[in-house]
Design a binder for this molecule. Structure first.
Ligand SMILES: [Zn+2]
Ligand SMILES: [Zn+2]
Length: 117
């Protein structure tokens, strides 16, 4: 995924700090480690990690891969999704941005899997 489409999809979640912004930017030089960047709220400058290296992540987290298989698309109601990227807006939980494998509808799920982090 490219930065522009990730920034567009981040607009689906409100900023956890100022709560009134859904606009984020990912500085291209904010790379923390391989596949990890920081997203900044355009309003309050709050930043949180964003993980784009989903391939090695799902490989090392079989429970996440299993969870993806059972995820239900809100549009076509079929199960099965692929992980596009994930963010960690607060310490309490991650948000997973996925794409339905059946109809290609993009949506997101809050993680209930934080025990694995
Ligand atoms: Zn904010
Ligand atoms: Zn679907």
């Amino acid at each position: 995924m490219d930065f522009e489409s990730i920034e567009r999809r981040l607009a689906d979640i409100p900023c956890p700090v100022c709560k009134n912004s859904t606009e984020y930017m990912i500085p291209r030089d904010s790379r923390v480690t391989d596949g990890e960047y920081k997203a900044f709220c355009k309003s309050c400058r709050y930043s949180f990690p964003i993980h784009m290296d989903v391939e090695s992540f799902t490989r090392s987290q079989p429970d996440v891969a299993y969870w993806m298989k059972g995820m239900r698309c809100p549009v076509c109601l079929k199960t099965g999704a692929t992980l596009d990227f994930r963010v960690q807006p607060s310490v309490r939980g991650a948000v997973y941005f996925v794409t339905c494998t059946a109809c290609q509808h993009p949506f997101f799920e809050k993680s209930s899997l934080e025990a694995f982090e």
